[in-house]
Design a protein around this ligand. Structure first.
Ligand code: SF4
Length: 247
């Protein structure tokens, strides 16, 4: 009987979490549309994107309170193991990272950052997920084991959550052959809002673009007016979406 009551409580917490995620995703879809209604500006786009990332964090926190992970989340800005796989993001997320780098770095560091991004893009452009796992090259924003853009890292980075850093280390050592036990609900929450963001872009007339991060950031950093061009409908990130056939 006690177990039944416990089971029912867990089911209802899960249902409440699912409902919360659905409402947050829907709110994000509307927020994206609103930011792109009327006169479109880079400032409004980037503000909306930053708010979307804050919504991800809030939703993840609430969901993890409703359905606590089996152990505390072990992820942090200075844990590099999962930052060696193929990362994708929507154009607004990539444009936000580029704007953040331009705003926060000195001219000198920005030059070396652009060079690092270009070099990594050269090595990873067009490589699919399986090839990237074998190559095990770091994300272009991983600097000395730290995420250099933790505050504005994309939704996908926020969706990955592990409770076992030793398993992450083993997975890295085995070139991702060994799986990492994930906190699935955190992934569902973060990705739900990511889908809301993308749905709002689609409803505002933009194509559904899943841009490879190294290539996308390279493009965004090289073109000062990438945000304006993308907002105007130019296919700015198309080259960053191609995957080469390496069979
Ligand atoms: S953006 Fe940051 S968190 Fe995401 S993969 Fe790159 S280094 Fe890791």
């Amino acid at each position: 009987m006690g177990r039944d009551r416990g089971g029912a409580a867990i089911a209802s917490a899960g249902e409440r979490a699912a409902d919360l995620i659905g409402r947050a995703a829907e709110a994000q879809r509307r927020a994206t549309r609103k930011a792109l209604a009327g006169r479109r500006s880079a400032q409004r786009l980037l503000r909306m994107t930053k708010a979307a990332l804050a919504r991800v964090d809030r939703t993840v926190e609430r969901v993890n309170k409703l359905v606590p992970p089996p152990r505390p989340i072990a992820c942090g800005a200075n844990c590099p193991y999962c930052c060696h796989i193929r990362l994708t993001a929507s154009p607004p997320e990539i444009l936000l990272v580029a704007a953040h780098l331009r705003r926060t770095l000195t001219a000198e560091v920005l030059v070396t950052t652009k060079r690092r991004v270009a070099n990594l893009d050269h090595l990873t452009r067009g490589r699919d997920e399986a090839r990237r796992e074998v190559l095990r090259l770091p994300c272009c924003m991983l600097v000395e084991g730290n995420c250099a853009v933790h505050a504005v890292r994309p939704v996908s980075c926020r969706a990955v959550a592990s409770v076992d850093v030793a398993a992450c280390e083993r997975s890295y050592a085995s070139r991702m052959a060994e799986p990492v036990p994930q906190v699935k609900l955190q992934g569902t929450a973060a990705n739900g809002i990511g889908y809301g963001l993308i749905a709002g872009l689609g409803e505002s007339g933009y194509p559904l673009e899943n841009v490879e991060f190294n290539a996308g950031l390279h493009i965004a950093l090289e073109s000062e007016d990438a945000t304006r061009r993308w907002l105007a409908g130019e296919p700015v990130f198309r080259p960053a979406m191609e995957v080469a056939d390496e069979r």
